[in-house]
Design a protein around this ligand. Sequence first.
Ligand code: NZQ
Ligand code: ZN
Length: 390
Amino acid sequence: MNSFIFENSTKVYFGKGCVREHLSEALKDCGEDVLLAYGNGSIKKNGIYGEIMDILLRAKKNVIEFPGIMPNPTYAKVLEGKRLVREHRAGLILGVGGGSVMDCCKAVSMAAATRKDVWEEYWEKEGVIDFEPIPVGVVVTVTGTGSEVNGDSVITHEEKKIKTGRDYRACNPRFAMLDPEYTYTVSPAQTAAGGFDMLSHVMETYFSAPDGENLSDAISEALMKSIIKNIPIAMEEPENYEARSNLMWASSLAELRLIKLGKKCDFEAHQIEHQLGAFTDCSHGRGLAVIHPAYYRRICSCGLDKFARFAEIVWEIPAEGRTKEEMAQEGIRALEGFIRRIGLPTTLRELGLADKGILKTIADSCAINTGGYKVLTKEEIREILEVCFE
Ligand code: NZQ
Ligand code: ZN
Protein backbone atom coordinates (compact mmCIF):
# COMPACT_ATOMS: atom_id res chain seq x y z
CA MET A 1 0.00 0.00 0.00
CA ASN A 2 1.20 3.55 -0.74
CA SER A 3 0.96 6.26 1.93
CA PHE A 4 -2.21 8.33 2.28
CA ILE A 5 -4.19 10.76 4.43
CA PHE A 6 -7.89 9.98 4.64
CA GLU A 7 -10.63 12.41 5.52
CA ASN A 8 -14.24 12.50 4.48
CA SER A 9 -16.57 14.91 6.17
CA THR A 10 -20.03 13.98 4.83
CA LYS A 11 -22.46 12.51 7.34
CA VAL A 12 -24.32 9.67 5.63
CA TYR A 13 -27.83 8.55 6.57
CA PHE A 14 -28.61 5.27 4.81
CA GLY A 15 -31.72 3.11 4.61
CA LYS A 16 -35.46 2.82 4.26
CA GLY A 17 -37.22 5.84 5.69
CA CYS A 18 -34.01 7.72 6.57
CA VAL A 19 -35.27 11.01 5.11
CA ARG A 20 -38.50 10.87 7.12
CA GLU A 21 -36.56 9.95 10.22
CA HIS A 22 -33.53 12.23 10.04
CA LEU A 23 -33.98 15.16 7.67
CA SER A 24 -35.44 17.56 10.22
CA GLU A 25 -32.57 16.84 12.62
CA ALA A 26 -30.02 17.37 9.82
CA LEU A 27 -31.63 20.72 9.00
CA LYS A 28 -30.87 22.17 12.43
CA ASP A 29 -28.26 24.94 12.56
CA CYS A 30 -28.70 25.74 8.86
CA GLY A 31 -30.75 28.91 9.19
CA GLU A 32 -34.37 29.48 8.18
CA ASP A 33 -33.94 29.87 4.45
CA VAL A 34 -33.36 26.75 2.38
CA LEU A 35 -32.75 26.63 -1.36
CA LEU A 36 -34.49 23.46 -2.58
CA ALA A 37 -32.74 22.37 -5.79
CA TYR A 38 -34.02 19.64 -8.08
CA GLY A 39 -34.22 18.45 -11.67
CA ASN A 40 -36.92 18.30 -14.28
CA GLY A 41 -39.82 16.95 -12.29
CA SER A 42 -39.25 13.26 -11.49
CA ILE A 43 -39.44 14.05 -7.76
CA LYS A 44 -42.88 15.61 -8.23
CA LYS A 45 -44.19 12.51 -10.02
CA ASN A 46 -42.89 9.97 -7.49
CA GLY A 47 -43.90 11.83 -4.33
CA ILE A 48 -40.41 12.62 -3.02
CA TYR A 49 -40.96 16.36 -3.46
CA GLY A 50 -44.16 16.24 -1.36
CA GLU A 51 -42.49 14.26 1.40
CA ILE A 52 -39.51 16.61 1.62
CA MET A 53 -41.56 19.79 1.36
CA ASP A 54 -43.68 18.54 4.24
CA ILE A 55 -40.61 18.03 6.42
CA LEU A 56 -39.22 21.46 5.48
CA LEU A 57 -42.46 23.23 6.27
CA ARG A 58 -42.90 21.39 9.57
CA ALA A 59 -39.37 22.50 10.45
CA LYS A 60 -40.59 26.06 9.72
CA LYS A 61 -38.16 26.62 6.88
CA ASN A 62 -38.67 29.29 4.29
CA VAL A 63 -38.25 27.33 1.03
CA ILE A 64 -36.85 28.93 -2.10
CA GLU A 65 -37.25 26.65 -5.10
CA PHE A 66 -34.52 26.10 -7.68
CA PRO A 67 -36.01 23.63 -10.20
CA GLY A 68 -34.98 22.58 -13.71
CA ILE A 69 -31.40 21.41 -13.17
CA MET A 70 -30.67 19.53 -16.36
CA PRO A 71 -28.56 16.39 -16.89
CA ASN A 72 -25.03 17.74 -17.56
CA PRO A 73 -25.64 20.95 -15.60
CA THR A 74 -24.42 24.13 -17.22
CA TYR A 75 -22.50 27.06 -15.80
CA ALA A 76 -25.43 29.31 -16.75
CA LYS A 77 -27.62 27.21 -14.42
CA VAL A 78 -25.02 27.59 -11.65
CA LEU A 79 -25.22 31.38 -12.01
CA GLU A 80 -29.03 31.20 -11.78
CA GLY A 81 -28.72 29.33 -8.47
CA LYS A 82 -26.12 31.77 -7.21
CA ARG A 83 -28.51 34.70 -7.79
CA LEU A 84 -31.27 32.91 -5.83
CA VAL A 85 -29.00 32.10 -2.87
CA ARG A 86 -27.78 35.69 -2.68
CA GLU A 87 -31.21 37.26 -3.12
CA HIS A 88 -32.77 35.13 -0.36
CA ARG A 89 -29.66 34.74 1.80
CA ALA A 90 -30.18 30.98 1.93
CA GLY A 91 -28.25 29.24 4.70
CA LEU A 92 -28.51 25.76 3.16
CA ILE A 93 -28.70 24.39 -0.35
CA LEU A 94 -30.68 21.15 -0.30
CA GLY A 95 -30.19 19.16 -3.50
CA VAL A 96 -32.71 16.41 -4.25
CA GLY A 97 -31.75 14.31 -7.25
CA GLY A 98 -28.76 12.67 -8.91
CA GLY A 99 -25.27 13.74 -9.88
CA SER A 100 -26.47 16.65 -11.98
CA VAL A 101 -28.45 18.24 -9.15
CA MET A 102 -25.77 17.56 -6.54
CA ASP A 103 -22.94 18.88 -8.73
CA CYS A 104 -24.88 22.03 -9.58
CA CYS A 105 -25.57 22.62 -5.87
CA LYS A 106 -21.88 22.38 -4.99
CA ALA A 107 -20.92 24.83 -7.72
CA VAL A 108 -23.70 27.21 -6.59
CA SER A 109 -22.44 26.91 -3.02
CA MET A 110 -19.09 28.26 -4.17
CA ALA A 111 -20.36 30.84 -6.65
CA ALA A 112 -22.70 32.38 -4.06
CA ALA A 113 -19.96 32.75 -1.48
CA THR A 114 -17.29 34.57 -3.48
CA ARG A 115 -17.01 37.54 -5.83
CA LYS A 116 -14.72 35.57 -8.12
CA ASP A 117 -15.82 34.04 -11.41
CA VAL A 118 -15.80 30.46 -10.18
CA TRP A 119 -15.64 28.95 -13.65
CA GLU A 120 -12.40 30.77 -14.42
CA GLU A 121 -10.88 30.41 -10.98
CA TYR A 122 -12.05 26.99 -9.88
CA TRP A 123 -13.15 24.88 -12.85
CA GLU A 124 -10.94 25.96 -15.71
CA LYS A 125 -8.00 25.53 -13.35
CA GLU A 126 -7.46 24.11 -9.88
CA GLY A 127 -8.02 26.93 -7.37
CA VAL A 128 -7.49 27.46 -3.65
CA ILE A 129 -10.73 27.98 -1.71
CA ASP A 130 -10.11 30.90 0.65
CA PHE A 131 -13.77 31.34 1.66
CA GLU A 132 -16.55 29.18 3.10
CA PRO A 133 -18.97 27.76 0.55
CA ILE A 134 -22.68 27.83 1.52
CA PRO A 135 -23.48 24.47 3.22
CA VAL A 136 -24.98 21.79 0.98
CA GLY A 137 -27.11 18.80 1.99
CA VAL A 138 -28.30 16.17 -0.49
CA VAL A 139 -31.05 13.60 -0.84
CA VAL A 140 -30.07 11.06 -3.50
CA THR A 141 -32.80 9.87 -5.90
CA VAL A 142 -30.71 8.14 -8.58
CA THR A 143 -27.44 6.28 -8.05
CA GLY A 144 -24.22 6.28 -10.05
CA THR A 145 -22.00 9.30 -9.60
CA GLY A 146 -21.23 9.08 -5.88
CA SER A 147 -21.34 12.87 -5.83
CA GLU A 148 -23.10 12.67 -2.45
CA VAL A 149 -19.89 11.73 -0.62
CA ASN A 150 -17.21 13.87 -2.21
CA GLY A 151 -16.48 17.45 -3.23
CA ASP A 152 -16.52 16.76 -6.94
CA SER A 153 -18.72 18.85 -9.19
CA VAL A 154 -18.84 18.36 -12.97
CA ILE A 155 -20.05 21.41 -14.85
CA THR A 156 -20.46 22.15 -18.56
CA HIS A 157 -19.56 25.53 -20.00
CA GLU A 158 -21.75 25.52 -23.10
CA GLU A 159 -20.09 28.34 -25.02
CA LYS A 160 -16.57 27.09 -24.35
CA LYS A 161 -17.56 23.45 -25.00
CA ILE A 162 -15.82 22.24 -21.86
CA LYS A 163 -17.27 19.76 -19.38
CA THR A 164 -14.99 19.39 -16.39
CA GLY A 165 -15.02 18.37 -12.76
CA ARG A 166 -13.07 19.48 -9.71
CA ASP A 167 -13.06 17.80 -6.32
CA TYR A 168 -12.80 20.40 -3.54
CA ARG A 169 -13.00 19.03 -0.01
CA ALA A 170 -14.78 22.19 1.11
CA CYS A 171 -17.64 21.15 -1.20
CA ASN A 172 -18.33 17.79 0.44
CA PRO A 173 -22.02 17.83 1.35
CA ARG A 174 -22.60 18.26 5.09
CA PHE A 175 -25.03 15.38 4.97
CA ALA A 176 -26.27 12.86 2.44
CA MET A 177 -29.53 10.96 2.74
CA LEU A 178 -29.65 7.63 0.91
CA ASP A 179 -33.02 5.89 0.90
CA PRO A 180 -32.90 3.06 -1.66
CA GLU A 181 -36.70 3.22 -1.98
CA TYR A 182 -36.29 6.70 -3.48
CA THR A 183 -34.68 5.03 -6.50
CA TYR A 184 -37.56 2.61 -7.21
CA THR A 185 -38.92 4.83 -10.00
CA VAL A 186 -35.60 5.16 -11.85
CA SER A 187 -36.08 3.69 -15.34
CA PRO A 188 -34.22 0.53 -16.41
CA ALA A 189 -32.24 2.61 -18.94
CA GLN A 190 -31.09 5.10 -16.28
CA THR A 191 -30.41 2.24 -13.84
CA ALA A 192 -28.05 0.75 -16.44
CA ALA A 193 -26.39 4.10 -17.19
CA GLY A 194 -25.87 4.98 -13.52
CA GLY A 195 -24.79 1.41 -12.77
CA PHE A 196 -22.18 1.52 -15.50
CA ASP A 197 -20.95 4.87 -14.19
CA MET A 198 -20.21 3.38 -10.76
CA LEU A 199 -18.57 0.34 -12.38
CA SER A 200 -16.42 2.74 -14.40
CA HIS A 201 -15.38 4.65 -11.26
CA VAL A 202 -14.14 1.41 -9.76
CA MET A 203 -12.39 0.27 -12.95
CA GLU A 204 -10.67 3.63 -13.50
CA THR A 205 -9.22 3.26 -10.01
CA TYR A 206 -8.43 -0.46 -10.22
CA PHE A 207 -6.52 -0.21 -13.50
CA SER A 208 -3.69 1.86 -12.06
CA ALA A 209 -0.60 1.27 -9.97
CA PRO A 210 0.20 -0.22 -7.55
CA ASP A 211 -0.70 -3.70 -8.77
CA GLY A 212 0.79 -5.77 -5.97
CA GLU A 213 -1.46 -7.23 -3.29
CA ASN A 214 -3.40 -4.31 -1.80
CA LEU A 215 -6.67 -3.94 0.03
CA SER A 216 -7.98 -1.14 -2.21
CA ASP A 217 -7.95 -3.49 -5.22
CA ALA A 218 -9.54 -6.29 -3.19
CA ILE A 219 -12.39 -3.97 -2.16
CA SER A 220 -12.71 -2.86 -5.79
CA GLU A 221 -13.09 -6.45 -6.96
CA ALA A 222 -15.88 -7.06 -4.45
CA LEU A 223 -17.56 -3.84 -5.55
CA MET A 224 -17.37 -4.69 -9.25
CA LYS A 225 -18.87 -8.14 -8.66
CA SER A 226 -21.70 -6.68 -6.62
CA ILE A 227 -22.47 -3.95 -9.17
CA ILE A 228 -22.43 -6.43 -12.09
CA LYS A 229 -24.78 -8.75 -10.19
CA ASN A 230 -27.24 -6.09 -9.06
CA ILE A 231 -27.72 -3.88 -12.15
CA PRO A 232 -29.75 -6.50 -14.11
CA ILE A 233 -31.80 -7.36 -11.01
CA ALA A 234 -32.71 -3.71 -10.39
CA MET A 235 -33.56 -3.29 -14.09
CA GLU A 236 -35.92 -6.27 -14.04
CA GLU A 237 -37.33 -5.69 -10.57
CA PRO A 238 -37.25 -1.92 -9.92
CA GLU A 239 -38.59 -2.39 -6.37
CA ASN A 240 -36.08 -5.04 -5.32
CA TYR A 241 -34.80 -3.43 -2.11
CA GLU A 242 -31.75 -5.63 -1.85
CA ALA A 243 -30.52 -4.78 -5.35
CA ARG A 244 -31.33 -1.06 -5.05
CA SER A 245 -29.67 -0.78 -1.65
CA ASN A 246 -26.52 -2.60 -2.76
CA LEU A 247 -26.24 -0.37 -5.82
CA MET A 248 -26.82 2.74 -3.77
CA TRP A 249 -24.04 1.99 -1.32
CA ALA A 250 -21.71 0.71 -4.06
CA SER A 251 -22.15 4.01 -5.85
CA SER A 252 -21.11 5.93 -2.75
CA LEU A 253 -18.27 3.56 -1.81
CA ALA A 254 -16.79 3.86 -5.29
CA GLU A 255 -16.44 7.62 -4.89
CA LEU A 256 -15.95 7.96 -1.14
CA ARG A 257 -12.20 8.27 -1.82
CA LEU A 258 -11.83 4.93 0.03
CA ILE A 259 -10.84 2.61 -2.82
CA LYS A 260 -8.56 5.34 -4.19
CA LEU A 261 -6.37 5.24 -1.09
CA GLY A 262 -2.85 4.31 -2.04
CA LYS A 263 -3.78 4.12 -5.75
CA LYS A 264 -2.65 6.37 -8.59
CA CYS A 265 -6.07 6.37 -10.35
CA ASP A 266 -6.51 7.29 -13.97
CA PHE A 267 -9.99 8.43 -15.12
CA GLU A 268 -8.94 8.97 -18.74
CA ALA A 269 -12.16 7.32 -19.98
CA HIS A 270 -13.99 9.95 -17.92
CA GLN A 271 -11.96 12.72 -19.54
CA ILE A 272 -12.96 11.44 -22.97
CA GLU A 273 -16.62 11.07 -21.98
CA HIS A 274 -16.73 14.55 -20.49
CA GLN A 275 -15.65 16.10 -23.77
CA LEU A 276 -17.99 13.82 -25.69
CA GLY A 277 -20.70 15.17 -23.39
CA ALA A 278 -19.60 18.78 -23.90
CA PHE A 279 -20.08 18.40 -27.66
CA THR A 280 -23.09 16.05 -27.77
CA ASP A 281 -24.84 16.38 -24.36
CA CYS A 282 -24.92 12.57 -24.15
CA SER A 283 -25.78 10.75 -20.93
CA HIS A 284 -22.63 10.23 -18.84
CA GLY A 285 -23.07 6.50 -18.19
CA ARG A 286 -24.03 5.75 -21.81
CA GLY A 287 -21.01 7.64 -23.12
CA LEU A 288 -18.72 5.74 -20.76
CA ALA A 289 -20.17 2.41 -21.93
CA VAL A 290 -19.19 3.16 -25.52
CA ILE A 291 -15.67 4.31 -24.67
CA HIS A 292 -14.50 1.66 -22.21
CA PRO A 293 -13.99 -1.49 -24.34
CA ALA A 294 -12.09 0.36 -27.10
CA TYR A 295 -10.01 2.28 -24.55
CA TYR A 296 -9.12 -0.90 -22.67
CA ARG A 297 -8.17 -2.76 -25.87
CA ARG A 298 -5.78 0.13 -26.58
CA ILE A 299 -4.07 0.10 -23.15
CA CYS A 300 -4.32 -3.51 -21.94
CA SER A 301 -0.92 -4.66 -23.20
CA CYS A 302 0.64 -2.11 -20.81
CA GLY A 303 -1.18 -3.55 -17.79
CA LEU A 304 -1.50 -7.16 -18.79
CA ASP A 305 -1.26 -8.74 -15.34
CA LYS A 306 -4.08 -6.60 -14.01
CA PHE A 307 -6.34 -7.11 -17.01
CA ALA A 308 -5.79 -10.88 -16.71
CA ARG A 309 -6.63 -10.71 -12.99
CA PHE A 310 -9.76 -8.69 -13.82
CA ALA A 311 -10.89 -11.49 -16.16
CA GLU A 312 -10.24 -14.20 -13.62
CA ILE A 313 -11.59 -12.58 -10.46
CA VAL A 314 -14.36 -10.29 -11.70
CA TRP A 315 -15.65 -12.30 -14.67
CA GLU A 316 -14.63 -15.73 -13.33
CA ILE A 317 -12.95 -16.77 -16.56
CA PRO A 318 -10.70 -19.82 -15.90
CA ALA A 319 -7.02 -18.95 -16.35
CA GLU A 320 -6.00 -22.52 -17.04
CA GLY A 321 -4.99 -23.08 -20.66
CA ARG A 322 -5.05 -19.35 -21.50
CA THR A 323 -2.15 -16.92 -21.88
CA LYS A 324 -2.25 -13.58 -20.07
CA GLU A 325 -2.99 -11.86 -23.39
CA GLU A 326 -5.94 -14.17 -24.01
CA MET A 327 -7.22 -13.63 -20.49
CA ALA A 328 -7.01 -9.85 -20.87
CA GLN A 329 -8.94 -9.96 -24.15
CA GLU A 330 -11.56 -12.33 -22.66
CA GLY A 331 -12.09 -9.96 -19.73
CA ILE A 332 -12.69 -7.00 -22.04
CA ARG A 333 -15.02 -9.16 -24.17
CA ALA A 334 -16.98 -10.07 -21.03
CA LEU A 335 -17.26 -6.38 -20.13
CA GLU A 336 -18.52 -5.59 -23.62
CA GLY A 337 -21.03 -8.45 -23.45
CA PHE A 338 -22.31 -7.10 -20.15
CA ILE A 339 -22.72 -3.62 -21.65
CA ARG A 340 -24.87 -5.15 -24.42
CA ARG A 341 -26.82 -7.31 -21.96
CA ILE A 342 -27.93 -4.27 -19.94
CA GLY A 343 -28.96 -2.42 -23.10
CA LEU A 344 -26.26 0.25 -23.16
CA PRO A 345 -24.84 1.46 -26.47
CA THR A 346 -21.55 0.13 -27.79
CA THR A 347 -21.04 2.62 -30.63
CA LEU A 348 -21.08 6.39 -30.94
CA ARG A 349 -23.65 6.01 -33.69
CA GLU A 350 -25.99 4.25 -31.23
CA LEU A 351 -25.29 7.10 -28.84
CA GLY A 352 -26.74 9.46 -31.45
CA LEU A 353 -23.61 10.81 -33.12
CA ALA A 354 -24.25 11.08 -36.86
CA ASP A 355 -21.06 12.71 -38.06
CA LYS A 356 -17.51 11.38 -37.69
CA GLY A 357 -16.13 14.80 -38.60
CA ILE A 358 -16.31 16.03 -35.02
CA LEU A 359 -14.14 13.27 -33.51
CA LYS A 360 -10.82 15.08 -33.97
CA THR A 361 -12.18 18.24 -32.34
CA ILE A 362 -13.44 16.19 -29.39
CA ALA A 363 -10.12 14.33 -29.08
CA ASP A 364 -8.11 17.55 -29.23
CA SER A 365 -10.18 19.06 -26.44
CA CYS A 366 -9.62 16.13 -24.02
CA ALA A 367 -7.36 16.51 -21.01
CA ILE A 368 -4.63 13.88 -20.75
CA ASN A 369 -4.30 12.02 -17.45
CA THR A 370 -1.11 10.31 -16.41
CA GLY A 371 -2.28 7.85 -13.76
CA GLY A 372 -3.04 4.87 -15.98
CA TYR A 373 -0.99 2.15 -17.64
CA LYS A 374 -0.50 4.23 -20.77
CA VAL A 375 -0.45 7.99 -21.25
CA LEU A 376 -2.47 8.57 -24.41
CA THR A 377 -1.76 11.13 -27.09
CA LYS A 378 -4.62 13.16 -28.59
CA GLU A 379 -4.11 11.22 -31.82
CA GLU A 380 -4.63 7.96 -29.91
CA ILE A 381 -7.82 9.35 -28.38
CA ARG A 382 -9.04 10.21 -31.89
CA GLU A 383 -8.25 6.65 -32.99
CA ILE A 384 -10.15 5.23 -30.00
CA LEU A 385 -13.15 7.41 -30.87
CA GLU A 386 -12.92 6.24 -34.51
CA VAL A 387 -13.04 2.61 -33.32
CA CYS A 388 -16.07 3.50 -31.18
CA PHE A 389 -17.93 5.13 -34.04
CA GLU A 390 -19.61 2.01 -35.48
O1 NZQ B 1 -34.37 15.69 -13.85
P1 NZQ B 1 -35.32 14.69 -13.28
O2 NZQ B 1 -36.71 14.89 -13.75
O3 NZQ B 1 -35.20 14.56 -11.80
O4 NZQ B 1 -34.91 13.25 -13.92
C1 NZQ B 1 -33.65 12.66 -13.69
C2 NZQ B 1 -32.74 12.68 -14.92
O5 NZQ B 1 -33.49 12.72 -16.11
C3 NZQ B 1 -33.83 11.16 -13.47
N1 NZQ B 1 -34.16 10.81 -12.08
C4 NZQ B 1 -33.51 11.17 -10.96
N2 NZQ B 1 -34.09 10.57 -9.88
C5 NZQ B 1 -35.12 9.84 -10.35
C6 NZQ B 1 -35.17 9.99 -11.75
N3 NZQ B 1 -36.12 9.39 -12.50
C7 NZQ B 1 -37.03 8.62 -11.87
N4 NZQ B 1 -37.01 8.41 -10.52
C8 NZQ B 1 -36.09 9.00 -9.73
N5 NZQ B 1 -36.06 8.74 -8.42
O6 NZQ B 1 -32.59 10.60 -13.82
C9 NZQ B 1 -32.04 11.33 -14.90
C10 NZQ B 1 -30.56 11.44 -14.74
O7 NZQ B 1 -30.22 12.24 -13.62
P2 NZQ B 1 -28.75 12.84 -13.48
O8 NZQ B 1 -28.63 13.50 -12.17
O9 NZQ B 1 -28.41 13.65 -14.69
O10 NZQ B 1 -27.87 11.50 -13.55
P3 NZQ B 1 -26.54 11.12 -12.86
O11 NZQ B 1 -26.74 10.88 -11.41
O12 NZQ B 1 -25.99 10.03 -13.67
O13 NZQ B 1 -25.60 12.44 -12.97
C11 NZQ B 1 -24.91 12.73 -14.16
C12 NZQ B 1 -24.03 13.95 -13.99
O14 NZQ B 1 -23.06 13.78 -12.95
C13 NZQ B 1 -21.72 13.94 -13.48
C14 NZQ B 1 -21.92 13.52 -14.92
O15 NZQ B 1 -20.85 13.92 -15.75
C15 NZQ B 1 -23.22 14.20 -15.26
O16 NZQ B 1 -23.04 15.57 -15.50
N6 NZQ B 1 -20.74 13.21 -12.68
C16 NZQ B 1 -20.50 13.63 -11.42
C17 NZQ B 1 -19.54 13.06 -10.62
C18 NZQ B 1 -19.25 13.55 -9.25
N7 NZQ B 1 -19.73 14.68 -8.84
O17 NZQ B 1 -18.53 12.90 -8.47
C19 NZQ B 1 -18.70 11.95 -11.09
C20 NZQ B 1 -19.23 11.30 -12.31
O18 NZQ B 1 -18.15 10.64 -12.93
C21 NZQ B 1 -19.90 12.20 -13.28
O19 NZQ B 1 -18.98 12.83 -14.15
ZN1 ZN C 1 -18.59 8.92 -13.78
